[in-house]
Write a protein that binds this ligand. Structure first.
Ligand SMILES: [Zn+2]
Length: 243
């Protein structure tokens, strides 16, 4: 199914993902003074499609793009965005590492063997990049060490760099005006660390999420959820978590 651009509130839009290549949801936050995107997507083509639907709606292109975590499907679009990018310090560090990786099938297979990358990722990358030499990785422009606020004029965004269940470098976005929390893939398993959910990381995550009043919970690879759905999901995860 092709990605579609969906208006959730007057301020929040999403460009839906696709399962076939693990294409994530991208978000557009419309502010009075400027607008912001969440995640840069997989490729030049992904960014171009996102920007094209934004402009078709008569909206401005984002001035900032916030990266939720370093994984390729959220960050490989970075060279093609307009304006500046924002990430946690850990995301930038990891993107610096990844920018030195070589992108041939042989190098990719080797990284799976030595445990620095995973098979599923390589399969998806090869579906998106028929020409692997087109892969280009850049790091982010602005770093969040702990918290940061962005004032879009009529709404404020709160950014939090924290650990998550899914990766160590998560950057969360909360919009008090909308009671909306954007978590990227933070509540999914960590495929780079065995794929099992560790109870301490899960508990820390729940504690973090409980700080917010949430009406809308926005995910990296699914349609928005409400807090009841989130708690049910996290209960389930907790039942299957390991020490
Ligand atoms: Zn991810």
């Amino acid at each position: 199914m092709a990605s579609e651009f969906v208006k959730v509130t007057d301020k929040i839009f999403f460009f839906s993902g696709e399962q076939e290549t693990d294409r994530p949801f991208l978000y557009y936050i419309k502010g009075r003074d400027y607008s912001v995107a969440i995640d840069a997507g997989q490729s030049k083509e992904h960014v171009e499609q996102f920007y094209s639907v934004i402009q078709k709606e008569g909206l401005r292109l984002p001035q900032y793009t916030i990266i939720t975590h370093w994984h390729w499907d959220h960050s490989f679009g970075l060279p093609y965005i307009q304006g500046e990018s924002i990430s946690s310090q850990l995301t930038r560090q990891q993107l610096e590492v990844v920018s030195n990786w070589k992108w041939t099938k042989k190098d990719m297979e080797q990284r799976v063997k030595d445990g620095t990358d995973i098979e599923f990722v390589n399969e998806c990358i090869q579906k998106v990049y028929s020409d692997l030499s087109k892969i280009k990785i850049v790091t982010t422009d602005i770093i969040v060490n702990d918290n940061m606020k962005l004032d879009l004029g009529d709404i404020q965004l709160e950014l939090y760099a924290r650990d998550s269940i899914h990766s160590r470098d998560a950057l969360f976005v909360y919009i008090p005006h909308e009671k909306a929390l954007f978590v990227g893939d933070a509540d999914c398993e960590d495929l780079y660390n065995g794929g099992e959910v560790k109870i301490d990381r899960l508990k820390a995550y729940r504690e973090f999420v409980n700080n917010f009043e949430i009406e809308r919970y926005f995910l990296g690879h699914d349609v928005p959820d409400n807090i009841e759905g989130v708690n049910n999901y996290l209960d389930e995860l907790e039942n299957n978590a390991i020490e």
